[in-house]
Design a protein around this ligand. Structure first.
Ligand code: UDP
Length: 239
């Protein structure tokens, strides 16, 4: 069942259910794709019908952070739990490793995906890295072809939103992969280029604040969070 938050339908699943669902997709014909919207992306969906279509067209729509959880609660239709993309990816890789499945890493600045590949292969013994490619390419064709040739089961598409959502929708079938996951800046974290907030911050719903302190240039993007909450209030009154 999906919970509507300002037009975006979030799957009301626990993390465990989300990963189980992804593993089920891997047993079926592909491609399926997963998105992990935060309030900023919900705002981008409200502003652009094509972004909305690319997000809602996903097979699994996961609530990335505390903002969406708060929004859903304010609307009286709470979501069961936070399902951050990066944690979803971690659990999924654990299951993939048990079955010796293969993963292609697409996105981030040159060198980052390779570094992430090395670290992930060490962290998840059994996981096969099918290939990597940075996220700053001009033409899709050669990248799609490289993924297809690699025979990857899963592709992590980390090009930032909404680029990655459009990319998965357009190229998913041609990659031959069964599952594609849009995961924003996750490769930077897996590579160790960016660090995630310590548990205390995320437990208190303050991961966004930690990130803002580390990367003050994100302030413009983060102003979308209060805007999102204003829109949720308006929607609540309207309902
Ligand atoms: N990126 C990319 N190609 C682009 C634009 C962005 O590969 O054309 C990468 C960028 O290097 C970063 C990620 O996409 O690794 C986006 O990170 P951001 O922090 O914006 O994503 P978030 O996690 O906030 O969704």
């Amino acid at each position: 069942m999906r919970v509507d938050v300002l037009g975006v339908g979030f799957d009301n699943v626990t993390m465990e259910e989300a990963v189980d669902q992804a593993m089920t997709f891997l047993e079926e014909e592909g491609p399926h794709y997963v998105v992990t919207p935060n309030p900023e992306i919900v705002e981008a969906c409200r502003a652009d019908a094509q972004v909305m279509e690319a997000v809602n067209g996903a097979d699994l729509v996961l609530a990335d952070g505390i903002g969406v959880i708060k929004g859903a609660k304010m609307l009286g239709t709470p979501l069961r739990e936070r399902t951050p993309g990066i944690e979803f990816a971690g659990s999924l890789m654990g299951k993939m490793a048990q079955r010796r499945m293969s993963l292609y890493l697409l996105g981030a600045k040159p060198g980052v995906a390779e570094l992430a590949a090395e670290r992930l292969a060490a962290a998840y013994p059994g996981l096969r890295i099918a290939g990597t490619h940075d996220g700053y390419f001009r033409e899709d064709g050669p990248v799609v072809e490289a993924i297809r040739k690699s025979g990857a089961d899963v592709v992590f598409v980390c090009l930032g939103a909404p680029k990655q959502e459009f990319w998965m929708r357009k190229n998913g079938t041609a990659t031959g992969a069964r599952l594609l996951c849009g995961l924003g800046g996750s490769l930077d974290v897996f590579a160790g280029v960016v660090t995630r907030a310590p548990k205390f911050w995320s437990d208190h719903g303050l991961e966004w604040f930690y990130r803002l302190c580390k990367e003050p240039r994100r302030i413009g993007r983060m102003m979308k969070l209060p805007l999102f909450l204003v829109h949720v209030q308006q929607e609540k009154r309207r309902r």
